[in-house]
Design a binder for this molecule. Structure first.
Ligand code: GDP
Length: 284
């Protein structure tokens, strides 16, 4: 969490009177990060650093297992990452193309990040949330599971590419494994894989197949826990601890820190954007 001094610095950055910073108001997702900075501290922590908010509810001896500050950006860093994800004439954020095979994938030299997860885990909603400052970008959100049968490529200005991979599990395309395996194994500019797990459900057998794939190919990957607004706090804490234990004991390539998010409340989305901006080399 940033020091109070930094918060004052941020208020200056956005020309925000300090008195406004103490007012209570709901955060609207269509507004920019200056709105977030106006939230009272407890709301701000819940929205920007959800893992730290959860930590307060843990008994002392379970806290050390949770890696909460491996990636610990300041609010200033997060604000800078927001501008990377904000569409403008000079920073065009757009859908590029879709591909069913790796050799149909666009030849893009920028760093790339991809999102994988079983159908219905909340992948399209998460990508939509990441692109909330680029409302013209169309990300299909399914009513029925299993609609995303292609790899969808999105360009984020001159910075990097985001790839929405087909959902696996229920009604996944036949050639899913071939497609995803080939991509994960051979895509040269792939910087990080984000593996989505439903926070209410925990790691399923199908999720395990994806974990094994990432481990086998020695990929650096990150576990994102979706839909954290859904379970009760108690259930969420239990799942977070179990998933953390899994990451600590069963994985090699997984980033130690979990990224809990909600595409409904936007909790954790800013931090995830900042992490993406950082690992693609765009936070300098
Ligand atoms: P995908 O198949 O992985 O792309 O999943 P979708 O993004 O289409 O989401 C599947 C379902 O979960 C939809 O009904 C979404 O509205 C819902 N959903 C997605 N993200 C969230 C979230 O953060 N919170 C809640 N409560 N529901 C979500």
């Amino acid at each position: 969490m940033a020091a109070p001094g930094l918060r004052l610095g941020m208020e200056k950055l956005f020309e925000m009177p300090a008195a406004v910073g103490r007012q209570s108001r709901a955060y609207s997702k269509s507004q920019n990060f200056a709105e977030v900075l106006r939230l009272p501290k407890s709301q701000l922590t819940k929205l920007v650093y959800p893992l730290q908010e959860l930590e307060q509810h843990l008994v002392r001896d379970t806290r050390p297992h949770l890696h909460m500050r491996v990636f610990d950006p300041s609010l200033e860093d997060i604000a800078r990452a927001e501008s990377v994800f904000a569409a403008s004439q000079r920073n065009r954020i757009e859908y590029v193309s879709s591909a069913v095979r790796l050799d149909h994938a666009p030849a893009l030299s920028r760093p790339e990040v991809c999102f994988i997860g079983r159908s219905n885990v909340g992948k399209s909603s998460l990508i939509k949330a990441l692109f909330s400052l680029a409302p013209e970008v169309e990300v299909r959100v399914s009513k029925k599971p299993g609609h995303t049968k292609k790899m969808n490529f999105f360009k984020v200005g001159k910075y990097f590419t985001v790839v929405d991979m087909p959902g696996y599990g229920y009604r996944a395309p036949e050639d899913f494994v071939d497609m995803v395996e080939a991509y994960l194994k051979e895509r040269r500019n792939l910087k990080r894989t984000f593996l989505l797990v439903d926070s209410a459900v925990g790691i399923t057998k199908t999720d395990n197949i994806a974990v094994e794939m990432c481990e086998e190919f020695a990929l650096p990957y990150v576990m994102v826990l979706t839909k954290i607004d859904k379970p009760s706090k108690g259930h969420l804490l239990k799942q977070v601890l179990e998933i953390q234990k899994f990451v600590n004991t069963q994985t090699q390539g997984c980033f130690p820190q979990l990224f809990p998010v909600s595409s409904v409340t936007y909790s954790g989305i800013h931090l995830l954007k900042c992490f993406i901006a950082n690992i693609t080399g765009n936070l300098n």
